[in-house]
Design a protein around this ligand. Structure first.
Ligand code: IDP
Ligand code: MG
Length: 134
């Protein structure tokens, strides 16, 4: 079934100049890019987006990182988009991500892991609305 997910190219990957390579991979994997925008999140924007992690020890560091530079937010569409995009990204920790995944290729650490993807239908809907209110 056609589904939508939110993807982000995080500031570490933008600084590495790999937006193009990641977008190429997205196209090769058969996603349609419905919306795409370069953003520079404020600290408060990042805290709002990651509010689900507010009690985690890495919340402050994560939101500093996510507001440290430009990022690319994308609304992607495909059959089974949520699970497919998470598979293409790989495990959260690049050291554990399988070869061929984006986090294996471009991630630096469990925090600076190049890309974001929604993890379920409900979170995808919330995250898409967060950046692309229709
Ligand atoms: P996910 O991005 O694979 O869904 P989540 O557990 O939802 O992983 O965590 C959100 C983001 O928070 C991760 O992508 C990563 O940037 C950061 N993060 C997750 N776990 C840690 C950690 O243990 N230390 C530092 N940052 C973390
Ligand atoms: Mg997550």
């Amino acid at each position: 079934m056609t589904e939508r997910t939110l993807a982000i190219i995080k500031p570490d990957a933008v600084k590495k100049n790999v937006i193009g390579r990641i977008v190429q991979r997205i196209e090769e994997e058969g996603f349609r890019i419905v919306e795409m925008r370069l953003v520079h999140l404020s600290k408060d924007d990042a805290k709002g987006f990651y509010i689900v992690h507010k009690d985690r020890p890495f919340y402050d560091s994560l939101t500093d990182f996510m507001s440290s530079g430009d990022a690319v937010v994308m609304l992607l569409e495909r059959e089974d988009a949520i699970a497919t995009w998470r598979k293409v990204m790989g495990a959260t920790d690049p050291a554990k991500a399988a070869p061929g995944t984006l986090r294996h290729a471009y991630g630096f650490s469990i925090e600076r892991n190049a890309v974001h993807g929604s993890d379920a239908r409900e979170t995808a809907a919330w995250e898409i609305n967060h950046f692309f209110k229709s």
